[in-house]
Design a protein around this ligand. Sequence first.
Ligand SMILES: Nc1ncnc2c1ncn2[C@@H]1O[C@H](COP(=O)(O)OP(=O)(O)OP(=O)(O)O)[C@@H](O)[C@H]1O
Ligand SMILES: [Mg+2]
Length: 438
Amino acid sequence: MSQALQIISNEHRSMWQVSVVLEELCKQCADPEQKPDAELFEQILNYIEQYIERVHQPKEEAYLYRAVAERTEEGAAMIEQFRREHAQSPEIVATLRRQLHQLMKHFPQGREQFRADLESYIELLRTHIMREESELFPLARKVLTDVDWDEIDTAFADSADPSFGEESRAEFRSLLTRIVNEAPAPVGFGLAREERKDPEAHPVLLSVHDLSSHYGRIEALRGVTIEVRQGQLVALVGANGAGKTTLLRAISGVQKVSGGAINFAGQDITHARPEQRVRLGICQVPEGRQVFGPLTVEDNLRLGAYTRSDKEAIQEDIEQMYALFPILKQKFRQAAGTLSGGQQQMLAMARALMGRPKLLLLDEPSMGLAPLLIQEIFNVIIRLREQGKTVFLVEQNAQQALSIADYAYVIETGQTVLEGPGSELLVNEQVKSAYLGI
Ligand SMILES: Nc1ncnc2c1ncn2[C@@H]1O[C@H](COP(=O)(O)OP(=O)(O)OP(=O)(O)O)[C@@H](O)[C@H]1O
Ligand SMILES: [Mg+2]
């Protein structure tokens, strides 16, 4: 990748992290008793201002935007839109700052307005970042010449530049560190909340006992035992070929088992047909997405609700999916096959949720995605957990999965070898050396 795009992408990731902190603060603002953390807000607004004035935007405008706009008409139109969004930002940030000052003086007066404006700003920020990466970057790669890239990369690498050089970058980085350290939990990948540890509140929904399964003579599962409690996010991590997908397929009923038992919501489903399990509320998002390519995004969502007949509620759920995955709303008429990999992953998850499953099985949702999209997918999973959905998440990305899981298992060659709360496995020495590269 070009060095400039790499730098921009890193800055995006940091900004995304900041937007997650903002979102957390925004939620706290919903509580009429709680005064906002003014100091943290100030730091965040300073960060954004710095980003706009000195770090990110000026260079992006002067080099990348200019070059893309010069090359094609399509590029010129796209850049005009991005420039408009950049131009709005300083004023919105200044307004938020004023509103915050007023709110601190006259609390709780102005709380609702502040929260609403903040929410739409977060949305704007994220949409802008997503579009730069999913639309601007690909176009730039297509239309810019080697000479263009040389000029752009050289400009971005110039750290002596006083207006956006190394000095302002260092300031900017230290701001980010402070924000993330002072942020209320959970920040993006927060740790499991205490209340979720109360077993009474979370009866066992799925239990897999001593399960084995074969492909011919290969024994892919050798006595796996796991439990998923209602309302919990349970993760299964393990290397390539450990048997993760096989286990999920056995739970969905598309993989034959040769021993052991599977129990769901109090019923023995070890030998139930896959359709029966879907009707009971088990839904798997398969590895590699598998959306219906020729159908539109919205038709794919409707298909997800095929077991349901409640038309109005289906429409409401579609709206909910658009709130959870704004990019799908933008593309609702587009053929699913034309979406990017990350977007298809989101569609596959949304389609599964349309069936209102009692248990959602996710098979490596982050596989093959760019870092920013991985973050976005994990944010959605965190939100599902907050909504009280029950999720069984299979991941090779152990760091991310363990840091959001209420409970987790480690699988090696068809056997679970470790289990415990996600936060405990995250600091387990064995896990650290085998899966986290620490
Ligand atoms: N269709 C198949 N035929 C024969 N062997 C298979 C088949 N599918 C999987 N296996 C074998 O079963 C074992 C478990 O595979 P599985 O796909 O469940 O692993 P996984 O943990 O999901 O790996 P990955 O992270 O690569 O998705 C592996 O040894 C694999 O080679
Ligand atoms: Mg797999």
